[in-house]
Ligand binder design. Structure first.
Ligand SMILES: Cc1ncc(COP(=O)(O)O)c(C=O)c1O
Length: 365
């Protein structure tokens, strides 16, 4: 564990990860498709920088994880374009037309190093910021589009393991999350070429300071990363922590910890959601997710949540992230993202009550 280690990551860790994920997802995860990373950010950066060039187009959902958006635009000089949407999320018909136009304008020729001309950055399960999940129908449609246009679907799957979907009885373990998009890109399909990456992390389930994650990816993507000078110089990412985690996984400690977290976060979610439902002024919509870290709130159109956030911070010592922060188009100015996991339930309930009190006064004025 003190050596450089195998370039795809410690084998024992990957083996334990495939067993752990297969069980938690209730869906097969193949050890041969895993690569160890230093967390989701590292996985995303490696893919975006090694498989794409400055100026290449990356399609994003609007709203989306704001730091990823900055990484594409500011750090990597990519052309960031929002995916067309309608009331139900991604507008597949429109997106088909947009892809066709952009592909025609692209001068890219697929090579081993750069097999795709563009990528879509998605958070399909327990989305950040909205908490939503892509429907089965949309998952099937978007994989078809990716194959048709030879693009990569990069899924930041960092919240998938935090499912709070209730079992039959209240005391039952929460159910596994909806199937990740990676599983829709079936290797048995005659037109399979490998268009999806599932980018996972221990940051949200164990601790971000560990800086460890994993990627499930098509073999051609793993080859590019494994054979890059970047990986050759460093060896397997985070070899030391991988070896410790391999033992923790083998002993069942991670599954036990995860189950406790899921129950605790579900309690936090239920309690905060109830406060918002009871105490928010009329016309405010509260979206309860089935997993993940966030409650999404939509205030009436004329409410500016950046101003509301300032009032919350100055007068009530609470905060949230205004919706506009997640948009490249300046949309969602009347929305807010509230986190449910960092503090204990009592603190969160008090904070939710304060946000409601601030909103009541703010919406009246
Ligand atoms: C969608 C998404 N991706 C990536 C990250 C960062 O993950 P990591 O700590 O594994 O780099 C976050 C953290 O907020 C996130 O919400």
């Amino acid at each position: 564990m003190f050596q450089y280690g195998c370039r795809r990551g410690d084998y024992k860790f990957r083996l334990q990860m495939s067993k752990f994920l297969t069980e938690e997802y209730d869906d097969e995860v193949d050890c041969g498709e895993l690569l160890v990373t230093c967390g989701a950010t590292n996985g995303l950066y490696m893919v975006a920088s090694m498989l794409f060039n400055r100026g290449d187009t990356v399609f994003i959902e609007d709203p989306s994880y704001f730091i990823a958006l900055e990484m594409f635009g500011k750090d990597l000089g990519m052309n960031v374009v929002p995916v067309p949407r309608n009331g139900e999320g991604i507008n597949i018909e429109e997106f088909d037309k947009v892809l066709s136009e952009y592909q025609r304008a692209s001068s890219h020729h697929p090579t081993e190093q750069r097999p795709y001309w563009s990528m879509v950055y998605l958070i399909p399960t327990f989305n950040n910021p909205k908490g939503t999940c892509l429907s089965t129908e949309k998952c099937e449609q978007i994989v078809k589009l990716a194959r048709k246009y030879n693009i990569l679907l990069f899924c930041d799957d960092v919240y998938n393991l935090l499912s709070y979907i209730p079992g039959e009885k209240p005391e039952d373990k929460p159910l596994p999350p909806p199937r990740r998009l990676f599983a829709y890109d079936k290797k048995t399909d005659p037109d399979y070429v490998g268009n999806v990456i599932s980018n996972g992390s221990f940051s949200k389930i164990l601790g971000p300071g560990l800086r460890i994650g994993w990627m499930e990816a098509p073999l051609k993507v793993l080859d590019v990363i494994e054979n890059s000078a970047f990986t050759m110089s460093a060896g397997g990412w985070n070899n030391y922590t991988s070896a410790i985690l391999a033992s923790a996984l083998e002993l069942g400690l991670v599954s036990k910890h995860l189950l406790e977290k899921r129950k605790k976060y579900r309690d936090n979610l239920d309690s905060m959601y109830q406060v918002f439902m009871d105490d928010m002024p009329p016309g405010v919509k509260i979206f309860k997710p089935q997993g993940g870290f966030f409650i999404w709130i939509e205030f009436p159109e004329d409410i500016d949540t950046e101003k509301l956030r300032d009032v919350c911070e100055k007068e009530y010592s609470v905060s949230f992230v205004p919706g506009k922060s997640f948009s490249t188009t300046g949309s969602f100015g009347n929305c807010a993202r509230v986190a449910i996991t960092y503090y204990e339930r009592d603190v969160l309930v008090t904070a939710a009550k304060k946000i409601c009190a601030a909103a009541k006064t703010f919406c009246k004025n």
